[in-house]
Design a protein around this ligand. Structure first.
Ligand code: C5P
Length: 267
């Protein structure tokens, strides 16, 4: 990604973790001049439906649809096509849903986008939820530690043709090494310098996250719960820019990134 224009603006994704569509609408309207992408999760989507995605698009924002699909391949692939038809830029599936689920999803999205001239969304895999630890994996019969399983699932995600993964800041180095530079990394648990981590166990500042090689950072409460959300977003964005400029190896996103497939410059 380059460091200017909408590319940088989209690198900060604000999580609209609210149930009330009206509140989400007001917040998105307030933040749209500063923020290029919003995350819509299960709570808001179940309550507000696809209209919330259309509303964000009408404001000029992009959407990361965070519904973490996990089902039989046919069902996930069909839901994925609907996400593509909605025009979201990013959405995700659980990598633990398996290779066939991810393969069929990638293929169905590609086919629908080609047939219907849709912009192709970037599909992300969710590896191991940060709420799970080694004991949880062991209880599921999965051998080895969490970081090893995260990398295994990330590699599998890449091999099945998906664009990237959602990961924690601590996993970035290992995943980059295993999956290469073109693989998209999207990371929550971001806190501005000097702010309390709250219930997030491992946090990073926006600038450090970008310097570490993360493509998109997800920030919720530090912006949505701030007294002045646009000011908090501006400050997060300034930190992202600093991180982009300070990045030791300037990387360009290639391959499956939707904005590039579209022929739009990413920055
Ligand atoms: O408010 P906060 O910045 O902690 O919000 C982070 C967002 O990222 C929330 O929507 C949360 O559900 C999501 N998330 C996370 N940790 C993960 C996966 C997703 O915080 N491991």
């Amino acid at each position: 990604m380059t460091s200017g224009g909408s590319g940088v603006k989209e690198r900060l994704i604000v999580a609209l973790d609210l149930a009330d569509p009206e509140k989400a609408r007001s917040l998105a309207t307030l933040l749209a001049p500063e923020v290029g992408m919003f995350k819509v999760g299960k709570q808001l989507f179940v309550n507000a439906g696809p209209d919330i995605v259309r509303m964000i698009h009408d404001l000029g924002g992009e959407v990361f649809l965070d519904l973490k699909f996990h089902d039989i391949p046919n069902t996930v692939a069909a839901a994925a096509v609907e996400a593509a038809r909605l025009g979201v830029k990013l959405f995700n599936v659980h990598a633990s849903g398996g290779r066939e689920m991810m393969r069929q999803t990638a293929a169905a999205v590609e086919e629908a986008c080609a047939a219907e001239s849709l912009r192709r969304p970037a599909v992300l895999g969710v590896t191991v939820l940060t709420s799970l630890d080694g004991a949880d994996l062991e209880a599921q019969g999965i051998q080895g530690d969490v970081p090893a399983h995260v990398v295994r699932l990330a590699r599998m995600t890449r091999e099945t043709g998906l664009a990237g993964v959602v990961c924690s800041a601590q996993e970035v180095r290992d995943i980059r090494r295993a999956c290469g530079d073109a693989f998209l990394l999207v990371t929550p648990g971001i806190r501005p310098a000097g702010q309390q981590a709250g219930d997030q166990k491992r946090v990073m500042t926006p600038g450090d996250a970008v310097r570490a090689g993360i493509d998109y950072i997800v920030v919720g409460r530090p912006i949505t719960g701030a007294d002045d959300p646009p000011a908090a977003a501006r400050s997060g964005m300034a930190d992202v820019r600093l991180g982009t400029h300070g990045r030791s190896h300037h990387r360009r996103i290639t391959g499956r990134h939707p904005s590039r497939q579209d022929g739009h410059p990413d920055g």
